[in-house]
Design a protein around this ligand. Structure first.
Ligand code: NAP
Length: 407
């Protein structure tokens, strides 16, 4: 094949606009590298362009509209017409991946989506290509920049959740409606995509258990500092023998953990496998130019003609009762025997305590404890009992902790 590569662009917003600029800037370099010059064959917006015309004029369709409707329809049409597709749309890939990958395979075209997860960090490429021969055991990290910015701001300034969110909105790190980000749904979609690729199994969005950061309080962060802990919203996808778990939750990390220094709107992803130990990748998780750069990288890969290996091998079960370590924050009556009473409840449920710090507050005391890992069902059973104790002054606050300091 020779001559220009004709690219149809669906969506010209933050990322689409930056993509147009980048194609202009990089056209000479791409032509020099691949022998083919990228050209925009048409642009679709609500107020501009006609889909069928753009489709007919294009060899590659770049979907940067967002949402699943009409993006799903357009991507399916493009694939069935034999066009390669690049998309940055995590909701589309997470919800309709099976259908879209199937259609692409049938049509013999590529569907690439590096920018859908962790922005410009090449995590999809690393899992699909660099680690194509590796049995991945775990993929985890910070895949939402909005929440990482908010948590960093809370930890640094002592701001409340709502003040930190307002600051993120002011700086453009959070949208006017931030619910998908702060509630964990955005990270859940990205983790569903990563788990699918890493473990070669279909992962439905419903399979991902997620929690957000809306209930994190400045107190949680202040007291955790005593233990050298920092709080992150983590996505964790793990392979158990013949099952997987995919989850998103706020989590404390010790200072030595490779994700602990990842601050502000940055993202970072760690891939673990017995044969490689681990790889950590970090970088900007969003931004028009950064995301557009990942999209253009996918376009160049298609032009270069190398298709990623992607095969679903088996349907793995979802593992229910994962093990976690927890941080527990209790306000209790300052009386002799209280700590023993709480330790007894934990002991009865076979949850063991790693460390305890106690502060006096007049008649009350504050207890901050870190547990060792146990099945979550056992910890939550203990927590239910603790919540009912007469000595408790307010509902207990529990947040997960990753125990290892460094792998
Ligand atoms: N922004 C980021 O930093 C970032 C990072 C990673 C991934 N992404 C993903 O990239 C995609 C685009 O994000 P964005 O921030 O660039 O969005 P955006 O600024 O809202 O732009 C969306 C564009 O799509 C067009 N569009 C939407 N619905 C349409 C429809 N039904 N028909 C025709 N055109 C339609 C809009 O047209 P009008 O101009 O006429 O409104 C607009 O040009 C999303 O999937 C997003 O999740 C974004």
């Amino acid at each position: 094949v020779s001559g220009p590569v004709r690219i149809g662009l669906l969506g010209r917003g933050t990322v689409g606009g930056a993509f147009l600029d980048l194609v202009g800037e990089r056209a000479d370099a791409i032509e020099a590298a691949t022998g083919r010059r990228p050209e925009i064959s048409g642009v679709l917006r609500r107020s501009e362009g006609e889909f069928e015309e753009i489709l007919a004029a294009s060899e590659i369709v770049v979907e940067l509209m967002g949402g699943t409707d009409p993006a799903r329809e357009y991507v399916l049409r493009a694939v069935r017409e034999g066009k390669h597709v690049v998309s940055a749309n995590k909701q589309l890939i997470a919800q309709h991946g099976d259908e879209l990958f199937g259609a692409a395979r049938e049509a013999g075209v590529q569907l690439r989506f590096e920018a859908a997860v962790a922005g410009v960090i090449p995590v999809i490429r690393v899992i699909q290509e660099s680690l194509a021969a590796t049995e991945v055991s775990k993929v985890f990290g910070i895949v939402n920049g909005t929440t990482n910015f908010i948590l960093t701001e809370m930890a640094k300034t002592g701001a409340s959740y709502s003040d930190a969110l307002a600051r993120a909105q002011e700086l453009g790190y959070a949208e006017a409606d931030p619910s998908d980000d702060v509630g964990g749904a955005d990270a859940a979609a990205k983790m569903a995509i990563l788990a699918r690729l890493a473990f070669h199994t279909p992962v439905r969005l419903d399979d991902v258990a997620f929690e957000g950061i809306e209930n994190v309080r400045p107190d949680d962060l202040a007291y955790a500092k005593e233990f050298g802990l920092s709080l992150k919203l983590l996505g964790v996808a793990e392979r158990h023998t013949d099952a997987i778990s995919v989850r998103v939750f706020p989590c404390f990390l010790y200072r030595g953990h490779p994700l602990a220094p990842v601050e502000g709107p940055f993202n970072a992803v760690i891939v673990e496998a017995p044969s490689i130990t681990e790889i950590t990748m970090s970088g900007p998780g969003a931004g028009g130019t950064e995301t557009a750069s990942a999209v253009l990288g996918d376009v160049v890969s298609i032009v270069a003609g190398k298709a990623p290996v992607h095969a679903v091998r088996e349907q793995l079960e979802v593992f229910e009762d994962v093990g976690s370590a927890f941080y527990l924050h209790l306000e209790v009556a300052d009386r002799p025997g209280v700590l023993a009473q709480i330790a007894a409840v934990l002991g009865d449920n076979r949850v063991s305590v790693k460390s305890v710090v106690q502060w006096g507050l007049g008649d009350d005391a504050r207890l901050v404890m870190v547990m060792h890992e146990s099945p979550e069902s056992r910890f939550y059973a203990a927590l239910d009992e603790i919540a009912k104790l007469e000595v408790l002054r307010s509902p207990p606050r529990a947040i997960r902790v990753i125990e290892e300091e460094f792998v």
